[in-house]
Ligand binder design. Structure first.
Ligand code: UTP
Length: 279
């Protein structure tokens, strides 16, 4: 059973400057909740209650968010404002939170390796909180992926079809189709130009990884952009037939940039906030 979920959250968030100059990108609110809270809720809904967060300098607000604020609790105790804290209290009651710091930003692969002492030798999920994933009609994306892991017992990456002109923003896979929404990955390339892309199936910010990934990352040389790329480490597993790509059900918003962030805000306002499901 998978219990742990790792949130790499040490990046600089340069696409959202100046908002992210002194505030973690993961704390940007989508309507009334920070991005990271949506991610932790998705993890808990999938049964993953051991939350590990890789932070960096200037990210203390993340730890404070997942803690009790006694003054605030006292202030609103017994008032109708208590309803605003129902969701976050549930997370504090049902999840454990642990943190480690990535001192040098050497890429997503390196951030995941930094989380190794918190994860140990067991399969785990990875959530990039700036990819907000929703599926109001059914299971959350991580819940869907955990079910798939229980079937295949190997690393799983969530994918979606993207505009072929946009492959240079993603890790892109090639694979053998097992079902119309499931592929066994045969190749993957980090941020290929459209002419070099093996497909338009792009990896988004949800993964389930088997723990052998740590040794593989440790032996992975810096790749595209001089960073240690998780895509390169996953390719190693894929060559042994051990990576499944899954076209998830639901919607994903890239909240690391303004356009996706605004779309997510509009979606959450209509579907959660206005319908009273936002806390
Ligand atoms: P991104 O490239 O989307 O994040 O990395 P970024 O660097 O924060 O954003 P931009 O591109 O400058 O705007 C994907 C995820 O990996 C984490 C980021 O926090 C983000 O969640 N990450 C990336 C790390 O934790 N450490 C790194 O060294 C790099």
């Amino acid at each position: 059973m998978i219990k742990k979920c790792l949130f790499p959250a040490a990046g600089y968030g340069t696409r959202f400057l100046p908002a992210t100059k002194a505030m973690p990108k993961e704390m940007l609110p989508v309507v009334n909740k920070p991005l990271i809270q949506y991610g932790v809720e998705e993890a808990l809904d999938a049964g993953l209650s051991e939350i590990s967060i890789v932070t960096g300098r200037g990210k203390r607000a993340l730890e404070d968010h997942f803690d009790i604020s006694y003054e605030l609790e006292n202030q609103i105790k017994g008032t109708d404002k208590e309803k605003y804290l129902v969701g976050i209290r549930r997370l504090l009651n049902e999840c454990s939170f642990s943190y480690t710091r990535q001192t040098e930003m050497k890429g997503l692969g390196h951030a995941i390796l930094t989380g190794r002492p918190l994860i140990g030798d067991e399969p785990f999920a990875v959530v990039l909180a700036d990819d907000l994933c929703v599926n109001p009609e059914g299971d959350g994306v991580l819940t869907q992926m955990v079910k798939l892991y229980n079937q295949f017992r190997c690393s799983i990456v969530a994918i979606q079809e993207v505009d072929p002109q946009e492959t240079n923003k993603y890790g892109v896979i090639a694979g053998d189709m097992i079902r119309d929404d499931i592929f066994r990955v045969t190749n993957m390339v980090e941020k290929p130009s459209p002419e070099d892309a093996p497909s338009n199936l792009a990896i988004i910010g949800r993964y389930i990884l088997t723990p052998d990934i740590f040794d593989i990352i440790a032996n992975t040389e810096p790749g595209k952009g001089g960073e240690i790329q998780i895509t390169d480490a996953l390719l190693h597993q894929a060559r042994n037939g051990c990576v499944i790509a899954y076209k998830f059900k639901g919607q994903r918003f890239d909240c690391g940039g303004a356009e996706g962030y605004i779309d997510a805000t509009n979606f959450c306002f209509e579907n959660y906030y206005k319908t009273g499901k936002a806390y």
